[in-house]
Design a protein around this ligand. Structure first.
Ligand SMILES: C[S@@+](CC[C@H](N)C(=O)[O-])C[C@H]1O[C@@H](n2cnc3c(N)ncnc32)[C@H](O)[C@@H]1O
Length: 304
């Protein structure tokens, strides 16, 4: 991650109409490749911080606690979130850390302004609750906020049940913790596998989980990557962007998979059965085969 000496910061992508972000602000947040990790800053390193708080409770309290830790006493914290994505809980959560909160409401967001008090409470506990850790259930490194961070995903499990032993060069688009990648790399005929994820926490966990010389792990946006001539792609594509269902995201993943494959290469994917992916796959692939279905999911093999 990058670093600079500015004492101003912005976490995530708060709507700029709702907050003033200094031009030299350092950029933080797991979904912005190249940005910094708040967790790596020293206590009191910043004077101002504007935060678009995450929706998940543990990851939001973690981000708020890190924000209070890295602000100097007297520093200014502005936190916002959509009302139904954690915004309505921000005030109480900040008060529980010992802050006096000035709350306003605009454009469906709750916006909380705080002057960082000299003493804060419960920050270490919230950081411990949201920190990276090893999950005994998954037997993997993980962190709250990552997709399916504390339980196996049934869609990925179904895909793995039906995945043949693959061979050659491949990619795992939206690789998360590396669950599918580990299944793929069990085949000795796989020569290389590129794992891509937009979530830095997932990338960091996958680096520990997928310790295999054939794997390359990239913190990047699949929508802007340019892989070519691959023998296979595997994926459980995302269908949420910023908490809202976004079908076009999964559809773009499918287009990117088709672009990345050589003629005759295959894409194995699992999707929630209500998602309209068949119509996107049909013109991009020579043959699309439904390999498995349950009440919730469908597994496809799409051959280019
Ligand atoms: C449904 S999860 C699948 C994760 C993993 N493959 C598994 O099976 O457990 C989709 C993953 O895509 C990632 N993602 C979302 N948007 C992305 C993007 N634009 N570029 C790369 N990864 C993205 C998410 O962070 C998430 O880890």
């Amino acid at each position: 991650m990058n670093s600079s000496s500015s004492r101003h910061g912005v976490y995530g992508t708060p709507p700029l109409a709702l907050a003033t972000v200094p031009a030299d602000a350092r950029i933080f947040g797991p979904f912005l490749p190249g940005s910094e990790d708040l967790a790596e800053l020293q206590d009191g390193a910043l004077s101002t911080l504007v935060v678009l708080a995450p929706a998940g409770v543990l990851e939001r309290r973690y981000a708020l606690a890190q924000a209070l830790r890295v602000l100097e006493p007297g520093g200014q914290l502005t936190v916002m979130a959509l009302k139904d994505k954690g915004g309505s809980r921000l005030r109480k959560e900040l008060e529980a850390f010992g802050c006096v909160v000035i709350e306003t409401s605009k454009a469906h967001h709750r916006i909380c302004g705080v002057t960082r008090p000299a003493q804060v409470e419960g920050v270490s506990a919230a950081i411990a609750a949201g920190d990276p850790r090893r999950s005994e259930t998954l037997n993997l490194y993980t962190q709250p906020g990552i997709f399916s961070w504390d339980r196996p995903d049934p869609g990925s499990a179904l895909l793995m049940e039906h995945l043949p032993a693959l061979s050659g060069r491949g990619a795992d688009l939206g690789a998360g913790l590396g669950v599918l990648a580990l299944a793929v790399l069990a085949s000795p005929k796989v020569t290389s596998l590129t794992l891509i994820d937009l979530d830095y926490r997932a990338v960091r966990a996958a680096q520990r989980n997928v310790a295999d010389g054939r794997a390359e792990i990239l913190w990047a946006d699949v929508r802007t990557t340019e892989l070519t001539n691959l023998d296979f792609v595997v994926m459980n594509p995302p269908f949420h962007d910023g908490g809202a269902e976004d079908r076009s995201l999964g559809q773009t993943f499918i287009r990117k998979a088709a672009e990345a494959l050589r003629k005759g290469g295959t894409c194995w994917l699992v999707a929630n059965r209500h998602l309209p992916y068949e119509a996107v796959m049909a013109p991009l692939f020579a043959k699309v085969t439904l390999q498995a279905e349950t009440k919730a999911f469908k597994v496809y093999e799409a051959r280019k």
